[in-house]
Every structure is written in C-alpha cells, then in structure tokens.
Design a protein around this ligand. Structure first.
Ligand code: HEC
Length: 125
C-alpha cells in the first residue's frame, strides 16, 4: 500500500501544476502564420476548411478525441506531415501550423507562444 502514496501525491501535484499553467497556449501571431503554412502545405490534402480530403478532417470532436494534448499533436505532425515530405518544415512552422489547428478547434490564443514544453499542458479532450 505504501507504494501508492507517492503516485497519489504526484497526481495531486500534476493536477495543481496543470491548473497553474492553463494560461499557456499559443499566440495569435503563431496561428496567423500557421494559417499560411496550412494553406500552402496542408490544405491540398486536408481541405481549405480543414474538413478533410485525401487526409482526414482536422477539426471537430472526433479529431480532438485523438489527441490527449497539443504536444502529442505537435510531435505527430512534426514527424509525419506533410505526408508527401515528413519533417520538411522547420520547427517554428510546425509550431505555427499546430497553433492554427488549435485555434480552429476552439482553443483560444494567449500571451505565451506554443512550445514543445507548453504544449503538454494544452488539452484537446
Ligand atoms: C499528401 C497529402 C497530405 C498532406 C500534404 C498533409 N497531410 Fe496530414 N494526413 C494525410 C493523410 C492521408 C493522413 C492519415 C494518415 C494515417 O491515418 O496514417 C493524415 C493525417 C494527419 C493528421 C492526423 C489526423 C488524425 O485525426 O489522426 C494530422 C494532425 C495531419 N495529417 C496534419 C497535417 C498538417 C498540419 C499538414 C501540413 C503541414 C498535413 N497534414 C499535410 C495526408 C496529408
């Protein structure tokens, strides 16, 4: 039983930490830049309105349930997209395009930019 205690303590601490940093998201400037990336690189397969095409839709409840947090989404996109040339964008562009996906999925921008670290705290479901 003693082993459970640290886990419970950590869970409580994690809960507090997530609450304390909910202001972390992405900036409107990142999402604006990300829209340009999306239109140029992604829209051909995912649709201009993100409704899907060759690739799946990138908006809506079904999309959001795929991702626990924005870090998973950022990691997936950085490693796998664009499908025709994975990893071909730079790190800033990947953050920007994910910021755009967050905005289109109803997550509001904040003061702090999206980074790999802050993305962990942005929940999609
Ligand atoms: C050549 C077509 C193509 C391009 C260009 C492309 N994608 Fe995709 N994308 C796909 C396909 C097909 C899938 C489904 C892959 C799978 O299920 O294994 C996918 C899957 C995804 C997923 C996962 C969706 C889910 O619900 O599982 C995301 C997120 C995504 N793409 C984002 C992007 C972004 C952002 C870009 C631009 C940087 C991009 N894609 C460019 C074809 C494309």
């Amino acid at each position: 039983m003693r082993r459970i205690r640290p886990a419970a303590w950590l869970a409580a601490l994690a809960g507090f930490f997530v609450t304390a940093v909910t202001a972390l998201a992405y900036t409107a400037a990142q999402a604006d830049a990300g829209q340009q990336v999306f239109v140029t690189v992604c829209a051909g397969c995912h649709g201009l309105t993100l409704g899907g095409g060759v690739g799946p839709a990138l908006v809506g409840p079904a999309f959001r349930t795929v991702w626990t947090n924005a870090a998973m989404l950022l990691s997936y996109v950085s490693q796998n997209m664009p499908l025709s040339a994975p990893g071909s964008l730079n790190a800033d562009q990947y953050r920007q395009v994910v910021a755009y996906l967050l905005r289109q999925n109803g997550i509001a921008p904040e003061e702090e930019p999206l980074t790999e670290r802050s993305a962990v705290h942005i929940r999609l479901r």
